[in-house]
Design a protein around this ligand. Structure first.
Ligand code: DC
Length: 697
């Protein structure tokens, strides 16, 4: 995940390959709760790993479910519709569950816990306490559930007590025009009350629970439970997901239109044993659009995890993309997208059925053959941010003409694309859809601010995007850092890489590894063996992984850092054929989204076209002192005057040697860090980086 302040996307050319998308958030949290309420084990494959599913899993663990991670799957052992007494709170000590900002956890858990029995306190982050829950609480209170507001009436946090008696004979009414999650919560939890237990209130162990036991199912053999929706039901596709998931867990809800839902008497949650979570159809929209905009001829974008027969409403984005010109084929659990019409065909579409995915259409509209209009999207105003205003503002930055209505957006493609820094409003979808603007082919750069906001539903979005995107190497930005030994260039370069979200090349490490490999092969590091060592360097089996360096699968991270390895590196680096042999390897590190490289000839030989070249210097006295501290901290003895004399001698040798002498590239910016902290040097380099960016703001 990119945790940087911003992510700069260079102009991207085309895309090809396969992406596997993370699981759907809506399906994930429904499956988790249903598995928890069932008896026995459910193995859940492809669950979304995000903030919202993590809080749900924590809550289920707190209720006594066992949750075991096995490879890519999660094994849940359910509580069979009864909270184990030791896990339920009591009047004196309510069990506290923290649910972050996950509406898909707060609403269904409120309903389930109110019916399960026990004393609970449910809370979340500040924003969660501004999200309404009153309609659900009202519906549950009609039944006899006891729920108190601990803060503002109608909003979490909530306190839940065991119900005294459940009134199940009359239909339960719930409003359907505010959030469909209230109906979902009731549909998922009410089967708990639809069968009469052998002994009302017994728990999984057959013993009566401690504290107040909720009468489950009442005195009769069970009840049909009827839910009536008041007002027009919104977001019906989400209710369909709920019904489908219930069906997978053995509960066949009868539905009369969208107004009346009946849970048959005696319904029981039955684990399907194993279940696959479909990939998120809203997340798929970015890659469907990618295929339509940029798929390489003859090489489609293949999306794994979701097919056109998906149960998610947003899958209908496919139709809209096809209307704009995308060529889409589909099979069970996959989609393939290639380019069709180009430019894309402008559309005029009612997007009420795909509100989330329609944001992607707004960015596709930039590539249209005329103005596109997206209608009936008033709900955009009350999402993570006012998405209508946000999309209009950011699309204009790229040069589009945008008309923003109360419930529509009209986008006229830019006559002239501008580079733009896209503000993302802590809204994952704004960040993801605007990444597609980087394929403008007019050379306009796109910066995505606060890229980590994608973590809500798709933590690795940008990594996945880069894995299928391609651009010519000269477009990929490079920052080079060079300087004399012990100037701190490695520290500076790796920190700058970290702050930009770019790859990092420590070219010295390549010479160190070459020196080590040659020494281990018994070769003297001199001209006589130059070509043998060069041949070896060309095909070094090196892997950089998680901060470690592997040579032929052996960890050499520490071995290449000794003083001796440094000397050997210095020797092999003076052999011209070795330097030539390492050129292609080093250039291969130039990958999306960008590279920071440190070392001798980075800005002169390897990346002469680098965006920014920095030549770092510091006085010999300063460098000697830094090296001294470094060695002493490692328990290696050294003297300051000795180190300083060594450094000065090495500087002289490095500057005067004929092969890659130490000297700044002509266009390098000089940075003397003698009296700077690392952070100050980093800030200076980032300021220079900013000055090179085309954003006008
Ligand atoms: O930066 P370092 O100490 O890891 O570098 C090891 C040796 O390799 C050092 O003598 C400089 C040399 N080197 C080089 O000649 N060219 C590079 N691009 C990087 C390092």
């Amino acid at each position: 995940m990119f945790t940087t302040a911003f992510l700069d996307l260079p102009p991207l050319e085309e895309a090809a390959g396969t992406v596997t998308l993370p699981g759907s958030k809506s399906i994930s949290n429904r499956v988790l709760l249903l598995a928890a309420l069932s008896a026995g084990k459910t193995v859940v494959h492809d669950l979304l790993d995000s903030d919202d599913t993590r809080v749900m899993l924590d809550a289920l663990r707190a209720l006594g479910c066992s949750v075991v991670h096995r490879d890519a799957s999660i094994e849940i052992t359910g509580i069979q519709g009864h909270v184990i007494p030791a896990q339920a709170g009591t009047q004196g000590a309510a069990k506290r569950l923290f649910l972050g900002n996950a509406g898909t956890a707060m609403r269904p858990l409120t309903a389930a816990l109110a019916l399960l029995g026990g004393d609970f306190e449910l809370s979340g982050v500040a924003r969660m306490h501004e999200r309404p829950i009153g309609d659900l609480v009202d519906a549950l209170r009609q039944l006899g559930c006891r729920i108190d507001y601990l803060g503002t009436e109608g909003y979490p946090p909530l306190k839940i007590h065991p119900a005294t008696a459940l009134k199940l004979d009359a239909p339960i009414s719930v409003r359907g025009d505010v959030s469909s999650q209230f109906l979902t919560a009731l549909l998922m939890a009410l089967p708990l009350a639809s069968h009469s237990a052998p002994t009302p209130g017994t728990n999984v162990s057959g013993l009566p629970p401690e504290g107040a036991a909720p009468p489950r199912g009442g005195p009769s053999a069970g009840h049909d439970i009827v839910i009536e929706v008041v007002g027009d039901l919104i977001s019906k596709p989400y209710i369909e997901i709920t019904l489908k998931m219930l069906e997978r867990f053995g509960i066949a809800v009868r539905r009369d239109g969208w107004q009346r839902f009946t849970i048959p008497a005696g319904s029981r949650y039955v684990s399907p044993g194993e279940i696959h979570v479909e990939a998120d159809a809203s997340s798929a929209s970015y890659f469907i659009a990618l295929g339509a905009i940029a798929a390489r001829p003859g090489a489609p974008i293949r999306i794994e995890g979701v097919g056109a027969d998906s149960i998610q409403g947003d899958i209908r984005f496919v139709e809209a993309a096809q209307q704009m010109g995308a060529q889409v084929t589909s099979g069970p659990n996959w989609l393939e997208v290639t380019r069709g019409a180009w430019p894309l065909k402008a559309i005029d579409l009612d997007c009420n059925h795909i509100p989330d995915a329609a944001m992607t259409l707004a960015v596709m509209a930039l590539y249209g053959d005329g103005p596109s209009t997206l209608r009936n999207i008033a709900s955009w105003r009350v999402k993570e941010t006012d998405r209508l205003a946000a999309m209009a503002t950011e699309l204009r930055k790229l040069g589009a003409e945008v008309e923003e209505g109360a419930d529509f957006l009209r986008v006229t493609p830019p006559a002239d694309w501008h580079a733009a820094s896209i503000h993302t409003y802590d809204d994952h979808r704004v960040a993801m859809c605007f990444a597609l603007a980087a394929f403008n082919r007019r050379g306009a750069h796109v910066r995505i601010e606060d890229p980590k906001c994608v973590a809500k539903t798709f933590p690795d979005f940008f990594e996945v995007l880069f894995s299928v995107s391609r651009t010519d190497a000269p477009h990929i930005p490079v920052v080079c850092v060079d300087g004399p030994t012990a100037s701190g260039k490695g520290t500076l370069a790796s920190e700058v890489a970290h702050r930009l979200g770019y790859h990092y090349l420590d070219s010295g490490a390549l010479y160190r590894i070459t020196g080590l490999a040659a020494t281990r092969a018994g070769l003297a590091l001199d001209e006589a063996h130059e070509h043998t060592i060069a041949k070896m360097a060309e095909t070094l089996p090196i892997v950089f992984t998680g901060g470690r360096v592997l040579l032929a699968e052996a960890d050499v991270t520490d071995a290449i850092r000794t003083e001796e390895a440094g000397m050997n590196a210095s020797r092999v680096s003076a052999l011209p054929a070795v330097r030539t042999a390492l050129v292609a390897l080093q250039q291969g590190f130039r990958k999306l989204p960008g590279l920071v490289a440190d070392g001798r000839d980075m800005g002169t030989v390897i990346f002469p076209d680098a965006t920014l070249k920095v030549y770092l210097t510091a006085s010999a006295a300063q460098r000697a002192e830094r090296r001294y501290k470094q060695l002493i901290s490692k328990g290696i003895s050294a003297t300051l005057p000795g180190l300083r004399a060594d450094l000065e001698a090495r500087d002289a040798r490095d500057s005067n040697r004929t092969v890659a002498p130490l000297k700044p590239a002509q266009d390098a910016l000089l940075l003397d860090n003698s009296s700077q902290t690392v952070e100050e040097s980093v800030a200076q380099v980032l300021r220079w980086w900013e000055e090179k960016q085309p954003f006008s703001e």
